[in-house]
Design a binder for this molecule. Structure first.
Ligand SMILES: [Zn+2]
Length: 473
């Protein structure tokens, strides 16, 4: 393996050292090293060297799909001509491959079926368009032929006309559709991998629940090919999981709670216990107070296992913070939502609950381990925007949301540099022997703590290999 010599790296304000990376690890940190065998030497010119960032909660395929999908509804697309134009433009970029549209609404071109969609589609291009509700896909004839070929007995969600021919409308058959689409069901993860590397991200936890074996294999394939150069932990269900020797690491069992239909307590405890028997934690999606109370109660009944965690904990008054501290479970928060959704929260969330929204300091002072994720594509994928929101607690419109919850830039950065397998644990200074998952800035930390932007990332290293280096000039 190659040796990488990072010269003049600022390890903490005022402390500049040379950092030698060998065999994927930090091999030496020296004031004036006598190293002759470095194959690559990069002068950081006193730019800060940080641990690589970890996005502790992201949805990789949903993000890739969102970036590669054609908007098929308002405000981007208002009528038939807009829709035909959007599909045509996208198909020239994609050289005849599948087109995936999202956000269709009847206000654009009325009820859509295969014939109408054929008239709007580029010649010979298979197109599938998702309705805005997410409950229906509309396929053109080219797409229908590819999906239906060789199938006898269509599932009930595939609507057919009186002659038994598919109308192009498919209701709630996502799993079937994905199976029929095969490899083309999975969007390319390379743009996601590149963007994350450019932000200094060297590790990510995919928080999508119930991934099937095909989804896990597709993520692993992207890792093996280098399309996704990050370390990845996959949360998921109790059945399909990464194999022991997979590059993809096995994460917690994800449990979605919905206040309107909460599961029965004993069944929930049994699920946690089943995850623990697989030597995994349980990760609870909790966005309301009631969901958090239920999750904490169920975890207490089942007993705690390493890796147990709460996603979001969107509303957490002091009594619940104490309960989480007592249990010793970490919270993975989304400070980016303070910025992105804060104005809506200020309008819609009861005044009494607002101080407990996406807390920062309250969790830390209450003794709860706190990590963070972007929740992209449901939040902005740039972790630096989330870090900045954790510091300034400003909404998009500039209002202040929970200013008492503000963190220092150092503490906010640590939300994203805590270990991938233990969000909320203290990251500690870069030391000899550490995995060389690093990112370097083009400026000092003193400058970046004011700016907190991804533009200062000069290079990103994962296991000793450069996965991003900004071009000069
Ligand atoms: Zn999520």
């Amino acid at each position: 393996m190659s040796t990488l010599w990072l010269r003049r790296a600022e390890l903490e304000p005022g402390v500049v050292r040379d950092v030698v990376v060998r065999d994927g690890r930090v091999a030496a940190i020296e004031a004036s090293p006598k190293i002759a065998d470095a194959q690559v030497a990069i002068d950081l010119a006193c730019g800060a060297l940080l641990r690589g960032l970890h996005d502790h909660h992201i949805h990789l395929f949903a993000l890739a799909a969102a970036w590669q999908s054609v908007e098929c509804g308002p405000p981007a697309v208002e009528n038939e001509d807009d829709l035909a134009g959007a599909l045509r433009d996208a198909s020239t970029d994609r050289e005849g491959g599948w087109l995936r549209g999202v956000g269709y609404h009847e206000s654009v071109a009325g009820p859509l079926g295969r014939k109408r969609l054929d008239a709007l589609s580029p010649q010979g291009v298979p197109v599938r368009v998702q309705h805005r509700t997410g409950a229906m896909w509309i396929l053109n004839s080219e797409a229908i032929e590819r999906v239906v070929v060789g199938v006898d007995g269509l599932p009930s969600g595939v609507e057919c006309d009186s002659a038994g021919r598919p109308t192009g409308r498919i209701y709630a058959e996502d799993a079937w559709l994905r199976e029929r689409l095969g490899d083309s069901a999975f969007p390319d993860l390379a743009p996601v991998g590149r963007f994350l590397a450019r932000c200094g991200v060297t590790g990510a936890t995919d928080a999508t629940p119930d991934k099937d074996a095909a989804t896990l294999a597709a993520i692993e394939g992207a890792m093996r090919s280098g399309a996704l150069p990050q370390r990845v932990v996959a949360m998921g269900g109790l059945e399909a999981q990464p194999a022991e020797d997979s590059q993809l690491e096995r994460g917690a069992h994800k449990i979605m709670l919905r206040e309107r239909a909460l599961p029965e307590f004993d069944a929930l405890v049994a699920r946690i216990e089943a995850a623990h028997r697989q030597d995994r934690g349980a990760a609870f999606h909790c966005v309301t107070r009631a969901e958090l109370v239920l999750a904490a109660g169920a975890l207490r009944a089942a007993g705690i296992h390493p890796g147990d965690r709460i996603e979001h904990a969107s509303i957490a008054p002091d009594d619940l913070v104490s309960l989480l501290c007592e249990l010793g479970v970490a919270v993975v928060t989304q400070p980016g939502f303070v910025h992105e959704r804060g104005d809506v929260y200020l309008r819609d969330v009861e005044a009494g609950d607002r101080p407990w929204l996406y807390r920062g300091r309250g969790f830390l002072e209450g003794g709860v381990g706190l990590g963070a994720g972007t929740d992209a594509p449901y939040g902005d994928a740039d972790p630096w925007r989330a870090i900045r929101a954790a510091v300034d607690r400003r909404t998009r419109e500039g209002a202040s949301l929970g200013p008492k919850e503000a963190l220092t830039p150092e503490r906010a950065l640590a939300l994203f540099t805590s270990p991938l397998e233990a969000p909320g644990a203290a990251p500690g200074p870069i030391a000899v022997g550490d995995a060389a998952d690093l990112c370097a800035l083009d400026c000092s930390w003193t400058k970046q703590r004011e700016d907190l932007v991804r533009d200062h990332i000069a290079l990103t290293v994962r296991e000793g290999e450069l996965i991003y280096q900004r071009e000069a000039g």
